[in-house]
Ligand binder design. Structure first.
Ligand code: ADP
Ligand code: MG
Length: 313
């Protein structure tokens, strides 16, 4: 059996354009598992990661709103909490589905620490927007109270910014590898994992930052020797001139082509850009193949020409 890391996008768990509830998240998660089952039926053992944008946004807002009455939860803790909670949802949904499908495999969620450099440039100049867009005065007041850094956002709003450092090492990669070698389905690096760094004594310390889930997924895929990285998002393929009249869907890209299109600005920073950068890094570090598509496409078919395939050459 081959191993693939499968990075689930935000829309795999949170229904788009609806008021979010846990019941709806469970429904959406169960639907998304069709793609995971498809991989298992095609002899691919998935290691599952997932985004946590809306969930960590809610966790932060909740702790800010209750800061007068309850202890305030720093961002690193909110990331760990959502990793556990979302992992539980996916784990249990998958356990029930495997039982229905008569697939006899264990599912386990690991709250994953991911090492970053304490000198990462994003720490002194954070630029990852997080939480709601606010009027300037409101943003400044909260920044002072909670120790946020804020930056202008859009025309006349301000928003909290946090560091989004480059992931360097998955702390429990050996444990993940052993579980995978024994055929277990692992859910790990959810929300990009909890960012940690080594202090001057070599101890791990938490950091209030977020790691891009596609970058963390690509690193995890390399560190456990996965052959393929599936990035499941809200589009069936990657496009050139995305959203414009001359849009073209891409079936295949080499590393060189991907780098050229990146340089030409086809893949924006907050969405497709980090996916393509993560894909290129995974391939350069020994990965065989990256597939970018949506859950519906993978649920319906499985072949070598699914979505946009990226290979070394
Ligand atoms: P996720 O939650 O899966 O990480 P994102 O919203 O961060 O998803 O990024 C995926 C989105 O990027 C797509 O749904 C699409 O709207 C957008 N996108 C931007 N540029 C492109 C492109 N060149 N090709 C395809 N999709 C693109
Ligand atoms: Mg994203």
């Amino acid at each position: 059996m081959k191993t693939a890391v499968v990075a689930l996008g935000g829309n795999a768990i949170s229904p788009v354009g609806e008021v979010d509830t846990i019941a709806k998240q469970f429904t959406q998660t169960r639907k998304s598992l069709n793609a995971i089952i498809q991989l298992l039926k095609n002899d691919i053992l998935p290691v599952i990661s997932h985004g946590n944008g809306p969930q960590v946004g809610s966790a932060l807002l909740r702790t800010e709103m209750t800061a007068d009455k309850l202890m305030y939860l720093p961002l690193g803790i909110c990331v760990a909490d959502t990793e556990g909670g979302m992992g539980y949802m996916i784990e249990q949904s998958l356990q029930n589905r495997l039982r229905d499908e008569n697939i006899n495999r264990t599912v386990v969620t690991l709250v994953t620490q991911v090492v970053v450099s304490k000198d990462d440039p994003s720490i002194t100049d954070p630029s990852k927007f997080i939480g709601p867009a606010l009027p300037e005065e409101d943003a400044r007041r909260r920044a002072k109270r909670f120790g946020w850094q804020i930056k202008p956002y859009g025309e006349d709003k301000w928003r909290r910014v946090v560091p989004s450092p480059e992931p360097i090492e998955i702390v429990n990669r050996e444990a993940i590898r052993h579980l995978v070698e024994n055929g277990h389905i692992v859910i790990a690096a959810g929300g990009g994992g909890v960012p940690v760094y080594y202090d001057e004594h070599g101890n791990l310390e938490g950091m209030d930052a977020v790691i891009d889930k596609d970058r963390a997924s690509a690193l995890m895929a390399n560190q456990i020797g996965a052959e393929t990285l599936f990035i499941l998002t809200a589009v069936p393929k990657v496009a050139l001139n995305f959203g414009k009249p001359d849009q073209v869907w891409l079936d295949h890209m080499t590393i060189r082509e991907a780098e050229r299109y990146l340089a030409e600005g086809h893949f924006p920073g907050g969405s497709m850009g980090p996916k393509i950068e993560a894909a290129v890094k995974f391939l350069k570090n020994g990965g065989q193949r990256v597939v970018i598509t949506d859950i519906e496409t993978l649920s319906e078919q499985f072949n070598d020409t699914l979505g946009t395939v990226i290979t070394r050459d």
